[in-house]
Design a protein around this ligand. Structure first.
Ligand code: 13P
Length: 286
């Protein structure tokens, strides 16, 4: 069973009001570690790749790694392409096996974004794949995509019209969230999530998860954020566990790569399990 569609996993999460964690994996080890967490927690999970990671590996190599690692995993997994402004990369990933994409055309005006997102939804449908839509930039640069300036919110009517006319399966609103670590606790426009969910009936994607409190996650999930993105926390956990291990290795003058991989995997798995418990996705695999 392991690979399931975005709509399947999000519709269940939305109906039952839990959040499916969407981790930005960066290599084989982090895929493996996140999958191990999902298995231990019996949680559905979304593995998402930035455009940068796709470019670093090459599409086929990255998909090959994903397919090999997910093959015997007994929990539902979705493979999603995170923030992608380039239509050619969207097409390439849909052709290459990704079953979900975020077409991030927020830099276009909403009318043009709407036309192009409608085309992407149609293109994805031909592959049995689903689409997350976005009309407002999420503040913060991640893997070379995005901007540090605060995002401009569109009106509720504009957002609802975009969602209804494009047929996107999930929508990423700007609600005061940002990619990367927050400098101060974020003040989130949770009412906007409620308003969008009430008006459209579709699940929302919560971006900028790193640094939000358990209460913020749980409140937003209860309002309809069924996809919850975590990237920076994974990267920091991976790098910091590596640093700590390597400092110890230097001290002991013992250079054993498999022990490093074990330490990295354990740290990333623990971090992912903690998020699954907070999001209420533990025990929800079907
Ligand atoms: P963080 O890096 O803040 O966890 O955000 C992740 C994200 O929203 C990816 O699109």
């Amino acid at each position: 069973m392991p690979v399931v569609s975005l709509k399947d996993t999000l519709d269940r999460a939305f109906a039952q009001r839990f959040g499916v964690p969407a981790f930005n994996i960066i290599n084989d080890l982090t895929i493996d570690a996140v999958l191990a967490a999902a298995v231990r927690e019996k949680s559905p999970v979304i593995l998402q790749t930035s455009v940068k990671t796709v470019m670093m590996y090459g599409r086929d190599q990255l998909f090959g790694i994903f397919a090999a690692l997910v093959r015997d995993v007994p929990v539902p997994v979705t493979l999603h392409l995170d923030h992608c402004p380039q239509r050619s990369v969207i097409t390439d990933c849909l052709d290459g096996g990704w079953n979900s994409v975020l077409f991030d055309a927020h830099e276009l005006d909403v009318a043009e974004n709407l036309i192009q997102t409608t085309e992407v939804v149609k293109e994805a449908a031909a592959h049995g794949a689903h689409v997350e839509g976005e009309i407002e930039g999420i503040q913060g640069v991640e893997d070379g995509v995005g901007s540090d300036s605060a995002s401009v919110q569109q009106s509720l009517d504009v957002a609802v019209d975009f969602i209804e006319r494009t047929g996107v399966h999930c929508f990423a609103p700007a609600i005061g969230n940002a990619h990367g670590q927050y400098k101060a606790a974020p003040v989130l426009d949770h009412q906007r999530v409620t308003d969008l969910v009430e008006a459209t009936g579709i699940p929302m994607a919560l971006h900028g998860g790193t640094g939000m409190s358990a209460e913020q996650f749980q409140d937003l999930i209860a309002r309809g954020c069924a996809k919850v993105n975590i990237s920076t926390a994974l990267k920091e956990c991976y790098m910091k566990s590596s640093l700590e291990f390597l400092r110890g290795a230097e001290e002991k003058r013992k250079w054993d790569p498999p022990s490093l991989f074990k330490a990295q995997t354990a740290a990333v798995t623990d971090m992912a399990r903690e998020h699954m418990r907070i999001f209420g996705s533990s025990g929800r695999a079907w």
